[in-house]
Design a binder for this molecule. Structure first.
Ligand code: FAD
Length: 250
């Protein structure tokens, strides 16, 4: 029997199928409070062993059920099994949250830039659904970079955020492998270097005016950080406040 003593048992109460590989699970579980932007751990007992992976909370800290948005990695040990779960099924969760990609200790600025790839839009939705960014920043920009337009999930939640903060929120999708007429076709670091990100949002991406959070694909996190460093920004540390907060998903 797998040792489940370090885990709390949760129950799947909802499931959303976005594409053949993109899923959201809603789970009721007695986990400890978290800050928007943090992640928990989901786990299943597989062959008598607990297999766990980190997943960002998509729900705001005061929203229930808990929600996780994930992609199925075909050969991956856990994600295909998570995608097979249905309402009523059980999953284990770590009781404690983890992660430093939050607004704690970040200095206030004119614009909060939230730059994500793929499933990493999730923690930024959690942040945008709280009051904090709207109290501490004049404007928030959400960038969601994907390959195909059908991966631009959570449009209803994004529309609701835009409606609640009219004139203070910009949503800018990037779609790399098809023309859409509304998304930027290309990659985020290039759009920073050639000025398209600023032109499309009408916001200045400068060290004085910005805090930038970057989450998802490690290549995008690295190349975007380099593009921002070339503009005089530096990584944020608790003891040495900067302008860039990052989290790579692998
Ligand atoms: C802090 C943190 C938070 C995370 N939050 C999420 C989340 O909210 N949603 C989510 O889908 N994943 C998230 N991940 C990744 C997740 O933990 C798993 O790695 C992923 O679900 C695959 O698990 P697996 O066991 O099937 O395969 P693994 O053996 O863990 O991964 C196999 C390979 O899949 C690729 N991969 C992993 N995650 C992704 C991804 N999200 N998108 C594209 N390729 C990927 C990488 O190349 C990786 O080496 C997070 C990772 C970290 C470190």
């Amino acid at each position: 029997m797998a040792d489940t003593s370090k885990w709390v048992e949760g129950k799947v109460v909802g499931k959303r199928v976005w594409t053949d590989v993109l899923f959201s699970l809603q789970i009721e579980a007695p986990v400890e409070p978290f800050r928007a932007g943090q992640f928990g751990k989901l786990a299943l007992a597989i062959n008598d062993e607990i297999v766990s992976r980190p997943y960002s909370y998509v729900n705001a800290p005061d929203e229930r059920p808990l929600e996780f948005y994930f992609i199925v990695i075909n050969q991956g040990p856990l994600s295909p099994r998570l995608a097979a779960l249905e309402p009523g099924d059980a999953a284990f969760l770590a009781p404690r949250p983890s992660g430093l990609m939050t607004l704690a200790d970040v200095r206030d600025a004119e614009t909060l830039w939230l730059l994500s790839t793929g499933t990493a839009v999730g923690p930024f939705l959690s942040i945008l659904k709280t009051a904090e960014p709207w109290q501490r920043f004049r404007h928030a920009v959400l960038v969601h970079a994907v390959r195909h337009a059908n991966e631009l999930a959570y449009r209803e939640q994004i529309d609701a955020i835009a409606a609640a903060h009219a004139g203070r929120f910009s949503y800018l999708p990037f779609v790399s492998r098809e023309d859409t007429g509304y998304a930027i076709r290309g990659r985020v670091p290039e759009a920073i270097r050639d000025g398209r990100l600023e032109a499309r949002t009408g916001r200045a991406l400068t060290a004085e005016a910005s805090h930038v959070m970057i989450c998802g694909n490690p290549d995008m996190v690295r190349d975007t950080t380099a593009a921002l460093e070339a503009r005089g920004m530096r990584k944020h540390k608790r003891k040495e406040p900067g302008h860039i907060t990052i989290e790579a998903y692998w």
